[in-house]
Design a protein around this ligand. Structure first.
Ligand code: HEM
Ligand SMILES: *[C@@H]1O[C@H](CO)[C@@H](O)[C@H](O)[C@H]1NC(C)=O
Ligand SMILES: *[C@@H]1O[C@H](CO)[C@@H](O)[C@H](O)[C@H]1NC(C)=O
Length: 509
């Protein structure tokens, strides 16, 4: 006999105890999992989850959900878990205690792969050394006050061209102007002149074919970046109808890369010809840094920075000016007060100038109030959890896309008195608490272009108020509903009546 009866019994006992132990472990784990305190969620449809909620104005749908389910709501976009935050206090928690864990970006938005250089540009890059390095380059070599000051004459020149266009038919009487296109061209010219020393819109365009190619590529990028593309959220769709979309994105990525590379190559040549207009451009500057640190300043990194400035820094500013002007047309008393402030500061001889825009508290209040009601990135940009965390007392697992509904926070009646009304006076006492008003985001991922945006918006809007009388086209109030798009545009592009003030003859002609 190999074993006694006792030994067999002992063996059996050990076996059953072990199995029982493991079964218990599994049960505990299961209970623990279901005990996970996830944020509340509306009814989930099979397969698509809550994708049907991704309508053209998601910030409005998300605001309604928060009124029903509370400030933290969890959703499924296909197979992706999403959490939407709609209160100031929970947003504060996201940008302080959870800032690091939420500093990531999702890696499945397809345009970031094919046009954004395989998720290596600063906007879409995941959190990590690469992203930190891009932000460092940005902070010192692109968005620093000294770099921005180098281009103040560019901004002044483009704003003057805008004023000149506006004055075209308005020196005798009121004339109708289409502000959307004029402001957008100004914003693009400002960035392109900073980047490459050339303009692509209006007069003074040297190469029309190139300008046309640029405008075409850019409108396509904006179109595809704005489309909430279902195959971003349901990878399986790529194998079916969604595949055509990815192919289009790949082609667009190639075309865009060829274009940007062309801009870089050109500057390389002009280094030797020492063309003055090119010598101060951002490309030139980054290429000269490439010579000493080729590892950090690759062509691809430089192209990524240009792309990001064009995407993040143009419409966001020009649409903000358009929203502000629309508000002023609907509130003539505010417009009058803003003009009085400008006249008191500059008289009838001098045009508003950049360093002074920060000394005009009422103009600044108008801009803050505009960004409160009409933040051009109403849901900021999507964040992504790189680890498990808790948000507003709920458990949020890693790999969750986290969106902050700034638009809803800016209109929260618990934070703001009469939240739906345009009242710049509410900012009369200076700064707001940071987590009440956050059109540029907060924390590590906050917008690095804020100083540039403040200059472009302040100078553009201030000059338009200073130089022209403004009226609505017809008796109807300007329609203030928001439309679909990457950077929340006004649904109806703004048209207005303007008439040049006597000052225009002195400062422009
Ligand atoms: C009124 C104008 C603007 C608004 C409202 C705005 C708003 C924002 C917001 C909400 C974010 C995302 C923050 C987050 O992820 O939580 C962002 C990111 C960014 N913005 Fe702006 N922005 C404006 C102008 C600009 C300009 C002029 C530039 C540069 C030329 C710029 C460059 C960027 C970049 C590079 C990022 C990505 C930062 C990162 O992911 O690390 N923005 N912006
Ligand atoms: C994109 O990046 C990922 C991860 O960094 C890498 O594995 C992949 O090969 C890259 N794809 C291309 C096309 O370069
Ligand atoms: C600039 O031109 C030289 C000579 O043609 C070339 O070797 C170099 O790689 C170029 N640099 C860039 C940044 O394209």
């Amino acid at each position: 006999m190999l074993s006694t009866k006792k030994e067999v019994m002992d063996g059996l006992f050990i076996c059953t105890s072990l199995s029982l132990f493991f079964i218990l472990l599994i049960i505990i784990k299961f209970i623990f999992r279901t005990k996970q305190h996830l944020p509340p969620s509306p009814l989930t449809l099979p397969i698509i989850g809550h994708l049907h909620l991704l309508t053209p104005l998601p910030h409005r749908i998300f605001q309604q959900l928060s009124q029903k389910y509370g400030p933290v709501v969890s959703l499924w976009f296909g197979s992706r878990r999403v959490v939407v935050v709609s209160s100031s206090s929970v947003a504060e928690e996201c940008f302080t205690r959870n800032d690091l864990v939420l500093a990531n970006r999702p890696r499945f938005i397809l345009i970031g792969k094919h046009v954004g250089y395989n998720y290596t540009t600063v906007v879409v890059s995941p959190y990590g050394d690469h992203w930190r390095n891009l932000r460092r380059i940005g902070a010192t070599e692109i968005y620093s006050p000294s770099r921005l000051n180098m281009f103040s004459s560019t901004r002044k020149d483009e704003v003057k061209r805008l004023l000149f266009k506006l004055s075209h038919n308005s020196r005798k009487d009121f004339t109708k102007v289409d502000l959307r296109s004029m402001l957008s061209e100004m914003a693009f010219n400002i960035i392109m002149t900073m980047v490459a020393g050339k303009r692509y819109y209006g007069d003074g365009v040297s190469d029309n074919e190139e300008a046309k190619e640029f405008r075409d590529i850019l409108s396509k990028i904006f179109l595809y970046a704005g489309a909430t593309n279902p195959s971003d959220f349901m990878p399986i769709l790529k194998w079916f109808g969604g595949g055509g979309f990815e192919k289009k994105l790949m082609e667009l990525g190639k075309r865009n890369d060829a274009f940007l590379q062309g801009l870089i190559d050109e500057q390389n040549l002009s280094k030797t010809t020492s063309d003055q207009s090119k010598a101060s451009t951002m490309i030139h500057h980054l290429l000269s840094l490439q010579e000493s640190e080729p590892k950090y300043y690759t062509d691809e990194i430089i192209k990524g920075h240009i792309l990001v400035m064009l995407m993040a820094g143009t419409d966001s500013s020009s649409l903000t000016i358009e929203w502000a002007m629309s508000n002023l047309l609907n509130h003539p008393e505010v417009l009058k007060r803003a003009r009085a402030e400008l006249d008191a500061e500059f008289g009838q001889e001098h045009l508003i100038d950049e360093p002074y825009i920060f000394k005009l508290p009422y103009l600044q209040s108008i801009i803050s109030e505009t960004l409160r009601l009409y933040p051009t990135a109403p849901l900021l940009m999507p964040h992504y959890s790189s680890d498990d965390c808790t948000i507003g007392g709920f458990d949020v697992p890693r790999d969750t896309m986290v969106m902050i509904n700034a638009w809803a926070i800016h209109r929260d009646p618990k934070l703001w008195d009469d939240p739906e009304s345009f009242k710049p006076e509410r900012f009369a006492n200076g700064g707001e608490e940071p987590y009440k008003l956050m059109p540029f985001g907060q924390g590590r991922r906050a917008c690095p272009g804020i100083a540039l945006a403040q200059r472009v918006v302040g100078l553009g809007l201030g000059s338009m108020i200073q130089c022209f009388e403004w009226e609505r086209v017809g008796d109807m109030k300007v329609d203030m509903s928001e439309g679909e798009g990457l950077t929340m545009p006004k649904a109806v592009p703004l048209e207005a009546m303007c008439k040049a003030r006597p000052l225009v003859d002195k400062v422009l002609f």
